[in-house]
Design a protein around this ligand. Structure first.
Ligand code: BDR
Ligand code: CA
Length: 366
């Protein structure tokens, strides 16, 4: 089993990714670090409670489904992550995920809210980076995968505070974010997670790699890779919830399993938003990242069948008038960009000296 720390800002696709983690025997979930991002940090945290409660109620009603959630019984640390970016103002994606991160589920379905503590969640008073550092320190070296499904703020803090520990002992970092050769989803040029904290991206992917981050153990999944993976809502209606509606009206949960009532409640809202964008499907951004972590455990150099790695060189825009969070990709790396006879190694050395756009990392295509 791969032990994982999940940094997340749930968020519709984050929750589906977390349900995938709960259902995946390949993983052992050690901790959730919940941060700002799609919504505020407190709502992110509550959404983990709601998810655990929905699974718990489902299993009370259908105990025979316990084997479908092999990671549900174990205790998991729930730690508070950052409430905003390293610098500048907070941006959220509530236009898509709703004010509470799950399509106003709190108002539409108060019965899904959780007031009490849940036995599976160990609430930690330490910060997300302290919790992660402690786990990385105490677990066997190079075994843990850190999965970042939201802004990179907490990972940047972890690296700033415990850089050596991360370098020596992390197994893998899997991160959903950025847009390399495709348009952004938050602005014409920026993907949301990188837009939300471009300063953290700068530290994690551009500054630290020179000294700290083990790039050979870092897998980035930008929109280029995640957006093409879609889950059609009609398929969900067909296979999971025949009474799934495209409606802003609260649906009646009485006839559904508690878990399907929960997922349908936020997916119905997500569908309304996606239809406005002309798509009757959900984009599986964070789910693809979780899937990547499942299929590519630390210590295995060769990526699993079906996954390909590419190295790219880029930098990130932090303060641009129109380009905050944009990845500035150095396409001069393309062979076609060089006249015959140009010494590419010399050009690369020159770029490094200028400190320009130098983050070589693995990008993974499915
Ligand atoms: C990313 O941004 C968020 O809205 C999603 O949860 C995902 O992590 C996609 O750009
Ligand atoms: Ca997310």
């Amino acid at each position: 089993k791969t032990p994982v720390i999940i940094s997340t800002d749930p968020g519709v696709d984050d929750i589906v990714a977390i349900l995938l983690a709960l259902a995946s025997p390949e993983l052992e979930i050690l901790a959730f670090i919940t941060s700002f991002g799609n919504t505020d940090a407190e709502s992110s945290r509550r959404n983990i409670f709601k998810t655990y409660q929905a699974v718990s109620r489902h299993l009370e009603q259908f105990p025979e489904d316990a084997s479908r959630f092999p990671n549900f019984g174990a205790q998991v640390i729930l730690a508070r992550g950052s409430a905003g970016p390293l610098e500048g103002e907070v941006h959220s994606a509530q236009y898509f995920h709703g004010r509470d991160g799950l399509g106003e589920i709190t108002e539409r379905h108060p019965e899904l809210d959780v007031q009490d503590q849940l036995p599976q969640l160990i609430l930690s008073d330490s910060t997300g980076s302290q919790v992660a550092a402690e786990l990385i320190r105490t677990r066997a070296p190079r075994t843990i995968t850190y999965i970042a499904l939201g802004p990179l703020t907490d990972l940047a803090q972890l690296m700033a505070e415990h850089g050596d520990l991360v370098r020596d002992r992390i197994g893998r970092i899997v991160c959903m974010g950025g847009a390399l050769d495709v348009p952004g989803n938050t602005s014409p040029v920026a993907e949301f997670n990188f837009f939300a904290d471009p300063y953290a991206v700068k530290n994690v992917l551009i500054e630290n790699p020179k000294t700290l981050v083990p790039l050979d153990r870092f897998i980035l999944l930008p929109l280029d890779i995640t957006t093409p993976h879609e889950f059609p809502f009609p398929y969900y209606k067909d296979k999971i919830d025949p009474s799934f509606e495209t409606s802003t009206q609260p649906s009646d949960g009485a006839t559904k399993s508690p878990l399907v009532h929960f997922t349908s409640s936020f997916l119905e809202q997500a569908r309304v938003v996606m239809l406005a964008f002309g798509k009757d499907a959900m984009e599986l951004h964070d789910i693809v990242a979780m899937w990547c972590a499942i299929e590519n455990p630390p210590g295995v150099d060769t990526l699993a069948v079906g996954w390909k790695a590419r190295n790219r060189v880029f930098d990130i825009e932090r303060t641009g008038e129109l380009t905050r969070g944009m990845l500035v990709v150095d396409r001069r790396e393309d062979a076609s960009a060089y006249a015959p006879g140009v010494n590419r190694a010399a050009v690369q050395a020159e770029l490094e000296q200028q400190n320009f756009a130098h983050a070589t990392f693995e990008s993974t295509a499915v």
